[in-house]
Design a protein around this ligand. Structure first.
Ligand code: ZN
Length: 91
């Protein structure tokens, strides 16, 4: 069972181009936790434990391995009401 991830932390990788933090999908987070607990033996199809992620900042799509996953503090970036802020800033 993997229910220890608190809301103030999230798993992600650093973009290979701009080094922005990219939150990983849940499937990747599960793989990361398995590896961390050594439930998966090293070398055993380690290469298949990779996933493709697209950076929202520079739009670069890259393949990342589970071993590149990092734990970040805080919350992932979420766009909220961008239109409202834009019009307010223009006043
Ligand atoms: Zn990027």
């Amino acid at each position: 069972m993997i229910q220890e991830i608190t809301q103030s932390r999230y798993l992600g990788v650093l973009c290979s181009r701009c080094e922005e933090r990219i939150p990983v999908p849940r499937t990747a987070a599960v793989l990361y936790e398995e590896l961390k607990r050594s439930e998966v033996s090293e070398g055993q199809d380690a290469k298949s434990r990779a996933f493709t992620l697209r950076c929202k900042v520079c739009n670069e799509e890259s393949v990342y391995g589970v071993k590149e996953v990092l734990e970040f503090e805080g919350s992932p970036r979420v766009r909220t009401s961008e239109g409202m802020r834009a019009s307010a800033a223009h006043a």
